[in-house]
Write a new protein. Structure first.
Lengths: 296, 315, 402
């Protein structure tokens, strides 16, 4: 292995793990934004809900059963929340997209406060499931097994989402809506149900990401804002409405957050926001956005 | 429906009464409510400056706290290291806010709608990060503490009353200036850009320059509000210019009513009161109530409270 | 004639008593003089502690130590009936300084006790000095509070960051002689002071620093980017300072990424103090720290304190509990001597308090308004009750470094 890679191997690997976690989080935001032009500012709080569900259902030292139960609960809660949010935004669809974004902002604040009232204000740590709570040796470097599993899960989810978007009717509708919304409803599909379904799926993935991320990030007030900003950066850089873009964006941001921070410390934040600003100016619809084509 | 802020006898009378009440407040208010009122006035100036951008020009910014913070840090730094003159620190604060807005705005106003929102969010976060990292100047995460009291000529602005009257007079002047700008042809142009940018462009207006000018003007007054913060609080922390402040300011503008300066003031007062006073009696659940009010306003009152309260003949 | 005089005195007494009853709503400065002739002397104390954010465990312990002392002394300090007003400091000066101002102006307290975050202590100085009330810092460790920015109104019963860190620096310079040490602490006032204090003492003893890192305070959850450079720096040991939730995350990840097995970890005691140790579990085994208190100390005062604390709270006391206990302890002595409750009188009383011999941490006294106290070397060991910080050695008495 080349010297430099060996030196930073753990950081690179960590970047992959964080990147896949970010992908699971951000893909929903990307599809919703691309399909409906709704910027869901409540996406971060969905992640936080998942983290708290992990702590509450699985407990600080979860068993397999507990962890899987947490994943299920989070999926259900997230899906339901997403569908409701979609219906709420739909009522404002005659007004500007800004009004819808502001609505999600208000909902995010309310949800964050409710979480803080329910679970308290201090920081809760969650351990990975016992069987995964150890280190393994990867090419001679010690690395937590749980984070390796995250990479595996991320690949599976990416594959699943890609398959849904490319090979199912729902996916076709999503791609069509991203390209030409009015034509889709003109052809006769019930726009609202498709939207609720996609919104729900995206929110489901965000909560699940919250459960998966709990052993790394814990559950604390304020995490929702941190995570929302990361998701926004991923979505903007990768491209709205594009699964491939979300994956690319997530992996890039994952590396900036890990390898970037290891090499450049505080400067990494500037790099992050600078990249966001640059893309917003030059290519607002993102690097890999479908112009009006239907690539996923 | 364009809402021209016509200055007529009725609204002037109301304004005069309100001003008189505010002016004599320190004579009978105990010090803690007086401090809260001071904080409301500072925040109201910030909200009004944001309203110029959001309500009049149609540019929704989620990063306005950055210029507020820039002004506050500049005023604080100058007060510690250079001069304690109240007017000079205020001027430096406005200039810093304007400069920061010029830099950010040149980049930001190229975007529109929700993209503009995200871009201002990103720029605001960069400014926040700068405040946290630049320890030598901003004091890092501890903030800039030990800001001395400024003085106006020979009067030292140390007591709560003196600070209050200084903040009140600056606030009134600031709002008056912005009100005049809003009523001027420049303000009309901005409203035109908000309502139909394409048509304005077709009519020959250099939209980018007008937007940038509005951004800088808005930043200057946000910076001025920041200078008042430094005088009042004598401590500036990175959180003062962070996302929390920006969000709260946007809430104030939306709740109060987008195209109405008085609405922005009303929204600001409401936001601060809900979060601090009401929140304390509800066991710290102020932000929850605020969120509910905000969602209700977004749903039910598209023109905000000012729009709802405005008598029919003003529409 | 006699009957009339009695009646008049009675009426005057009744008016005086009802006026006193109404006074608590108004200015509190008169309380000292109002005590003559009414019997019960009262003092209103503002306890400013974090109830939100990364420092909540410290706030909880501070309150417990404070409440325990009051409970065992009949709710009185120095013959004054105590009313405690609790205010939430949060985890930053943005919430902390307004909390201090609120207890001063709105609740009109006589004394403020508490304050975990140094930035809050530094930011509130002006308000304290202007109000001329006593602030008894029960945690914040910034040296400037009782150093460069000293004021007669601000005293401390805890420690300074540099005090604890420099003791470890001295110790490691001998114990790890010839080995290079990597140092880390979060990027804020306390963290910077710890690193500076350690570095000065360590390098003065002949040690060499391999590298330094300062993760963002309160925002870093994933420490891997900071662990990676440690191996590359060629360090043979690591010294760090983390507190609360950050200590849990850091120690666990230090273990998960395999550094625990290769590089011994040293720290300022807060790294393994209190509830964080239970959360860290096996990852904390073998970590050595210096601190001015250890729950395992074998002295009569400490045994009694630990037993009482355990009985009431079903938890092991921490240095934070002791700091608040000692704040009450010291106020008990000062209030007994003081003539009034304003900052100047209390400050004078504190200056003549002398050595506190019955403290759970061992005997200590004020030196420049901050404690001169014993600092202990501790090591995390596993006992039947769980993981504890066992006392390895008493390194001597130390004051705050210059």
């Amino acid at each position: 292995m080349p010297d430099w890679v060996n030196l930073h191997f753990v950081s690179l690997l960590n970047g992959l793990a964080i990147g896949f976690l970010l992908f699971i989080l951000a893909v929903g935001l990307s599809l919703v934004f691309g399909m409906m032009d709704v910027l869901n500012l409540a996406h971060g709080v969905l992640f936080l809900t998942g983290s708290y569900v992990a702590w509450f259902v699985a407990g600080p030292s979860p068993s397999w059963g507990g962890f899987l139960a947490a994943l299920t609960v989070a999926a259900l809660v997230g899906g339901a929340a997403g569908a409701l949010l979609s219906l709420a935004c739909d009522r404002l669809s005659r007004r500007t997209h800004l009004a819808q974004a502001l609505l999600t902002l208000g909902v995010a604040l309310i949800a964050a406060e409710v979480l803080s009232a329910l679970f308290g204000n201090d920081v809760h740590s969650v351990n990975p499931p016992e069987a995964l709570d150890r280190s393994v040796s990867v090419f001679g470097h010690a690395y937590p097994l749980y984070r390796l599993c995250l990479i595996a899960i991320g690949v599976v989810v990416a594959g699943a989402v890609h398959w849904i978007v490319e090979r199912t009717l729902l996916g076709a509708l999503v791609r069509a809506s991203v390209s030409d919304r009015q034509m889709v409803s003109a052809v006769g599909f019930d726009d609202r149900r498709v939207k609720a379904l996609v919104f729900g799926l995206g929110a489901l993935l965000a909560s699940v990401a919250g459960v998966l991320g709990a052993p790394i990030y814990g559950a604390r007030p304020g995490l929702d804002v941190t995570v929302l900003i990361l998701a926004l950066v991923v979505v903007v850089i990768g491209g709205l409405g594009s699964v491939r873009g979300a994956l690319l964006g997530a992996l890039v941001i994952g590396q900036i957050e890990t390898l970037g921070r290891a090499l450049l410390a505080n400067f990494a934040s500037f790099l992050l926001f600078g990249a966001l600003a640059l893309v917003l100016i030059l290519r607002p619809r993102g690097l890999l956005a479908p112009a009006n084509g239907s690539r996923s | 429906m364009s809402s021209t802020p016509a200055l007529n006898r009725r609204s002037l009378a109301w304004a005069a009464i309100l001003l008189a009440t505010l002016a004599v407040a320190p004579l009978w208010l105990p010090s803690y409510p007086l401090v809260t009122l001071t904080r409301i006035l500072v925040f109201a100036l910030l909200a009004v400056s944001l309203d110029v951008l959001v309500g009049y020009t149609g540019l929704p910014s989620l990063g306005h706290g950055a210029y507020f913070g820039a002004g506050a840090y500049a005023a604080g730094w100058v007060a510690i290291h250079m001069t304690q003159s109240a007017t000079l620190t205020l001027l430096v604060a406005s200039a810093s806010g304007a400069a920061a807005a010029a830099i950010a705005g040149s980049v930001a106003v190229r975007a529109q709608g929700v993209f503009f929102l995200m871009l201002t969010l990103a720029l605001g976060e960069m400014a926040h990060q700068l405040a946290e990292s630049w320890q030598e100047v901003t004091g890092g995460s501890n903030g800039l503490y030990g800001i001395p009291a400024v003085h106006l000529g020979t009067i030292v602005l140390l007591s709560a009353r003196a600070v209050y009257w200084w903040v009140l007079s600056t606030f009134v002047s600031g709002v008056a200036v912005l009100g005049c700008v809003a009523a001027s042809p420049f303000g009309e142009t901005l409203r035109g850009i908000r309502d139909n940018e394409g048509r304005m462009r077709a009519l020959g207006y250099r939209v980018y320059h007008y937007k940038l000018a509005a951004f800088i003007l808005s930043g200057a007054f946000a910076g001025m509000a920041g200078g008042l913060l430094a005088t009042h609080q004598r401590l500036v922390t990175p959180a003062d210019g962070g996302l929390g402040t920006s969000t709260l300011a946007l809430f104030a503008v939306i709740i109060g009513g987008e195209a109405s300066l008085s609405g922005a003031c009303l929204g600001a007062a409401l936001v601060v009161l809900i979060r601090d006073s009401l929140g304390a009696s509800l066991g710290g659940r102020g932000p929850l109530v605020l969120g509910v009010v905000f969602v209700a306003v977004v749903y039910l009152l598209p023109s905000g409270l000012a729009g709802a309260l405005r008598p029919a003949w003003r529409r | 004639m006699t009957i009339q005089r009695i009646t008049r005195r009675g009426i005057l007494g009744a008016i005086g008593a009802s006026a006193l009853a109404g006074l608590p709503g108004c200015r509190s400065g008169d309380k000292g003089s109002a005590s003559e002739g009414s019997g019960a002397r009262r003092v209103k104390i503002g306890l400013v502690i974090p109830q939100a954010g990364v420092y909540v465990p410290l706030g909880t312990d501070l309150k417990r130590g404070w409440d325990l002392f009051l409970e065992r002394h009949g709710g009185k300090l120095g013959n004054h009936e105590v009313t405690t007003v609790v205010a939430d400091e949060g985890d930053s000066p943005q919430s902390g300084v307004p909390a201090v101002q609120k207890v001063l102006q709105s609740d009109q307290v006589d004394v403020i006790v508490g304050v975990v975050n140094s930035a809050v202590a530094l930011g509130s100085q002006d308000s304290i000095k202007e109000a001329k009330k006593l602030l008894l810092v029960a945690n914040a460790g910034a040296g400037a509070i009782t150093g460069a920015a000293r004021s007669p109104y601000i005293w401390r019963t805890s420690f300074t960051n540099a005090q604890i860190a420099s003791v470890m620096g001295q110790h490691l310079a001998k114990a790890a002689a010839g080995q290079r040490v990597y140092i880390l602490a979060p990027d804020y006032a306390a963290g910077t002071e710890v690193l500076t204090g350690f570095r000065k003492a360590f390098e003065a003893g002949g040690g060499q620093i391999a590298g330094e890192a300062k993760p963002a305070f309160g925002k870093t959850q994933d420490y891997q980017p900071f662990l990676a450079p440690i191996r590359q720096s060629g360090a043979k040991a690591v010294f760090c300072f983390f507190s609360g939730a950050e200590a849990v995350a850091f120690v666990k990840q230090y273990h998960q990424f395999g550094l625990h097995a290769e590089l011994p970890l040293y720290g300022s005691g807060f790294l393994t103090e209190g509830s964080v140790l239970a959360a860290q579990g096996e990852a904390a085994l073998g970590i050595q720290t210096t601190l001015h208190y250890c729950a395992e100390l074998d002295s009569p005062a400490n045994r009694e304190f630990v037993a009482a604390y355990r009985a009431k709270y079903d938890a092991v006391p921490t240095c934070f509990s002791v700091q608040a206990w000692d704040a009450a302890n010291v106020l008990d002595r000062a209030l007994a001597q003081a003539t009034a409750l304003d900052g100047d009188s209390l400050s004078k009383a504190l200056a003549s308090v002398g050595t506190i011999e019955n403290s759970p941490r061992g005997p200590w006294s004020f030196d420049g308004q901050s404690p001169r106290q014993q600092v202990y070397l501790r090591k995390v060991e596993k006992r039947e009750s769980g993981y504890v910080n066992a006392v390895v050695a008493d390194l001597g008495a130390f004051s705050q470094p210059a």
